[in-house]
Design a protein around this ligand. Structure first.
Ligand SMILES: Cc1cc2nc3c(=O)[nH]c(=O)nc-3n(C[C@H](O)[C@H](O)[C@H](O)COP(=O)(O)OP(=O)(O)OC[C@H]3O[C@@H](n4cnc5c(N)ncnc54)[C@H](O)[C@@H]3O)c2cc1C
Length: 460
């Protein structure tokens, strides 16, 4: 990483100097501590977290705030410019597919899975110095800080976390014993990361149209089919839906399976990554298509409850996506404010113009709302896990206009005036990375708050 830091100091006394060259261009908020500058987040965390938890976790919020405004931000820029590359075969022609990632992505993985252990933090004690799993409020607050720098990697982080949830909740004891020690590991060299494969060419929203079949051959389940949109495609274990032979059509006939990338003897399982998606956003992370050619898989839970079980993972993903949308809105707001306070037009910094301040408020208010909404929802989850009966329905009473992040990104981009559309600037990068999700995701997550505990598994 040899790129110069994007930070640049701003000298107010020189603001009127017309010969300032590149100094006419406003700085961005790289280099700032994204936790320290987020008053709403700091206040709400003190409200929702128990005082002891807040005291123990605050140094980690602060540390991640510094990373998100600094090293992570630099790494994310590099990873976006150097997307993953698929190697379908080794040099001898064997179908040993693998994906090359840029060193910046690998370094971000170490921060996420090694240092912060996002994947395990709400499933076991021992992460971030805690003697028990983290509350959902803390987990999603950390995701929010992380995503202000890097969006793409949050997909593997989140699907590993939610895959662990499914395995813990629905898998047999034998399967849990096989998978969980690997999936909850704090050693990034041996950790098994998870993912979720549902979408096929026939079945996207219409999941019941899934065509992948599962055959029980000599007591072993083998999968045959074609999965069309698989994010974190080279994960070590994928939770996926397939139809056992003879099962009814539609969603009722779908079963949930765990598909390991490698078999117990170390050989590659019988599926291939045939192509990577050339995506508009989340470019640092590999999404692809896979061909299942009799791959060994393990049945998870009841064969006739596959989709119902899988929906727990989907709903947790929705909440995480809402958090990510909120994080990008925050980044846009922060960028817009830095620019507004430093960019000079007509001889004054542009924050002096009332119409511009009005625009800033139009993005700042929904951003604060989205923060408040996801923390409220996460807190409802924590309370539901602790046995409260009325926490989730309260969260569903909110209604919001869709896709406020788009409005935040568009407004923030226009605040950057001459930088508009230039992908070197963080806001353009945010627009590109942003998912087609919004506070609608938070609402969906809220609806499922009771059904989807993230804390220690409750006896059911
Ligand atoms: C970046 C990215 C990553 C992804 N990662 C994964 C992954 O990891 N695993 C995975 O399984 N999938 C993944 N997907 C696939 C994604 O979940 C599907 O795109 C999604 O389920 C929609 O399916 P579809 O694209 O086939 O759209 P369709 O189902 O064909 O829908 C097309 C349009 O019709 C609308 N529509 C469909 N049905 C209805 C209805 N009943 N009422 C009203 N409107 C309707 C939809 O809202 C949409 O606008 C990913 C997609 C993207 C873009």
């Amino acid at each position: 990483m040899h790129a110069p830091h994007s930070q640049k100091p701003f000298d107010k006394t020189a603001a009127q100097d017309l010969d300032r060259g590149p100094d006419h261009i406003a700085p961005d908020c790289a280099g700032q501590n994204f936790y320290a500058i987020d008053r709403g987040l700091r206040d709400l965390l003190q409200l929702y977290l128990a005082p002891d938890d807040f005291r123990r976790l605050e140094p980690h919020f602060d540390r991640l705030g510094v990373l998100a405004g600094g090293r992570l931000d630099e790494l994310a820029r590099a990873a976006d410019k150097h997307p993953p590359v698929l190697n379908p075969r080794d040099r001898f022609g064997r179908d040993e597919d693998w994906i090359d990632y840029h060193s910046s992505y690998r370094e971000m993985e170490k921060i996420a899975f090694g240092d912060f252990q996002f994947h395990a933090m709400s499933h076991r004690a021992g992460t971030l110095g805690m003697d028990r799993p983290l509350p959902a409020v803390a987990k999603y607050a950390l995701q929010y800080l992380f995503v202000q720098a890097e969006f793409g990697l949050m997909c593997p982080i989140s699907v590993t976390d939610t895959s662990i949830h499914l395995v813990r909740k629905f898998a047999s004891t034998e399967l849990k014993d096989y998978l969980l020690p690997k999936m909850l590991s704090d050693d990034t060299a041996t950790l098994w990361k998870g993912t979720q494969f549902m979408t096929e060419r026939a079945g996207g929203s219409d999941v019941g149209a899934i065509e992948t079949t599962a055959r029980c051959e000599d007591g072993v389940w083998r999968l045959y089919g074609d999965k069309w949109f698989c994010s974190h495609v080279d994960a070590d274990v994928a939770l996926l839906l397939a139809r056992p032979e003879g099962a009814p059509a539609g969603t009722k006939g779908l079963a949930l399976f765990a598909l390991p990338r490698r078999l117990k003897d170390g050989r590659r399982n019988a599926y291939r990554i045939v192509r990577l998606k050339d995506k508009l956003g989340t470019r640092s992370m590999a999404s692809g298509e896979i061909l299942l050619e009799g791959a060994v898989a393990y049945l998870v839970g009841d064969a006739d409850r596959g989709l119902k079980q899988m929906m727990e993972q989907v709903n947790l993903s929705r909440l995480s996506h809402g958090v990510r949308a909120s994080a990008m809105m925050r980044r846009c707001v922060n960028e817009a404010f830095v620019c507004a306070r430093t960019r000079v037009a007509f001889g004054r910094t542009i924050i002096g113009f009332p119409l511009l301040r009005r625009q800033l408020l139009k993005i700042a208010v929904p951003t604060e709302q989205s923060l408040s909404m996801f923390l409220f929802t996460a807190n409802a989850m924590d309370r539901a896990n602790a046995g409260s009966r009325n926490s989730a329905p309260a969260a569903t009473t909110f209604r919001w206009r869709p896709a406020p992040w788009k409005s935040a990104a568009a407004t923030a981009t226009s605040r950057n005036g001459c930088m508009r559309g230039w992908s070197a600037m963080p806001i353009s990068a945010c627009s590109g990375k942003a998912p087609a999700t919004s506070t609608r995701s938070i609402l969906s997550g809220a609806r499922s708050a009771r059904a989807a505990p993230t804390g220690p598994l409750r006896p059911r």
